[in-house]
Structure formats: C-alpha cells, structure tokens
Design a protein around this ligand. Structure first.
Ligand code: GTP
Ligand code: MG
Length: 205
C-alpha cells in the first residue's frame, strides 16, 4: 500500500468525541516508550507526524490520524510506566478500556512489544485481557535493530510459548524497526488486506 496522505485529525480523552466511526481503525498500544509513535511515523514516512520522545509517557491522549482518507491510525498512551501517579494510571485504564470496548470501527489492535526482552507479565496480561474481551489484535515486536536477529527470535519464541499456555491459537506477529524500516511492507499489506475484506463485506450488505 502506498501512503499518499497522512493527516493528524484530533486528540481527545473520550471515545464519544473520536471521529465518526465510519472508516476502519487500527490502534497502536503497548508499554510506554516501546515505540508506538515512532512506528506510526515510519509507516506513514512522516517524521514528526506522531510526537515521539526518549522519555516515557509522551503520548497522553487518543490521537487520530487519517490515512489516504480511507482509514484511521490511532496512537494511544503507553501502559506500565511506573512514574505516573496512581490517579492518572486509573484514569488511563478507564480511557483505554472505554476506547477498546466501545470503538465500533476498531478493526485490529497492534500490541507493540519491545523485542529486546523476554516475555513481560504486563504485556501478557494486557493481551490476555484483549483475548478475553474478544478484541482482535496482533503482536508487533519493535526496535529489532537494537540486537541480533537471533536474540529477537529467542524473545519472540518466549512470548509465543507463554501465550500458547493460555490460548489454542497464538496471534499473528510482526518484527519491526522504526530505525531501519523493517516490517513496513508487511504491516501495510496486512492493513490493506483487512480494509479490502471490510469493503467487500459492506458491498454484500
Ligand atoms: P509513549 O508515547 O511515551 O508511550 O512512547 P512511544 O511508545 O510512543 O515511544 P516513542 O515512539 O516515543 O519512542 C520512544 C523512544 O524509542 C524514542 O527515543 C525513539 O527514538 C526510540 N525508538 C522507537 N522505535 C525505535 C526503533 O525501532 N529503533 C530504535 N533504535 N529506537 C527506537
Ligand atoms: Mg507515543
């Protein structure tokens, strides 16, 4: 898929204030600092489109981007950042839970996972919740440029093994690097395929 157009639309904290749910939507979520905003910039090839920072906690709201005037990409704040107050963590949880459960045009959630580490409880718990709620998701391993391919592979296998203890089927996964543009084509064609399936379903209604 070619990205012809990528526009920031709005930031907000409430699902009922998000843009009209008329286009397929893909949301990026994962721990603070995992590289969500960087991956959005890499996919769209727009450097400053989503705000990034070396300090965790940069993205605080639900941010909508309109891509090719056909689908939405959403940058969400990260979870698991220890330095925020309990109050804002609770607020975050509420905002994200509402968003994930009520956003009717949500086609797929991309759970971003730092490929430098073996399986982390916070990520496994988050995916467990998505699975239980029946929210479709895939796993996106980030920052693959930071270590050898074999180390990345070991960490991916560790996640798959732990996931398969709870689920019959493990979700699909992608390996990416925002630095080296790894995984860009794969992610974009995955999105294009879903967009096409959804368009066909609509035609048949
Ligand atoms: P929050 O909004 O705070 O939740 O963070 P985020 O997940 O949006 O992370 P962000 O994209 O802001 O990136 C965090 C840091 O990781 C920045 O310093 C990025 O430059 C760096 N980073 C992100 N992706 C990659 C990558 O693929 N490779 C390398 N080497 N660094 C990356
Ligand atoms: Mg961010």
């Amino acid at each position: 898929m070619q990205i012809r157009d990528a526009t920031f639309l709005m930031s907000n904290s409430r699902v009922d204030q998000c843009p009209p749910p008329t286009l397929p939507e893909y949301a990026f979520i994962g721990r603070s600092n995992v590289g969500k905003s960087s991956l959005i910039n890499m996919l769209t090839e727009r450097r400053g489109l989503a705000k990034t920072s070396s300090l965790p906690g940069k993205t605080q709201l639900i941010n909508h981007f309109l891509i090719n005037k056909e689908w939405y990409l959403v940058d969400l704040p990260g979870y698991g950042y220890a330095k925020v107050s309990k109050e804002s963590r609770v607020q975050w949880g509420r905002m994200i839970n509402f968003y994930l459960r009520q956003r009717e045009n949500l086609a797929c959630v991309f759970v971003l996972i730092d490929s430098r580490h073996t399986a982390q409880a916070v990520d496994l718990e988050f995916m467990e919740m998505l699975g239980t709620e029946g929210i479709p998701f895939v796993m996106v391993f980030t920052k693959a440029d930071k270590q050898s391919g074999s180390r990345t592979h070991q960490n991916v296998v560790d996640y798959m093994q732990k996931m398969s203890q709870s689920w019959d089927e493990v979700p699909r996964h992608f390996i990416t690097s925002a630095e080296e543009k790894t995984g860009r084509e794969e992610l974009l064609s995955f999105i294009a395929d879903i967009n096409q399936q959804l368009a066909q379903t609509q035609e048949n209604v």
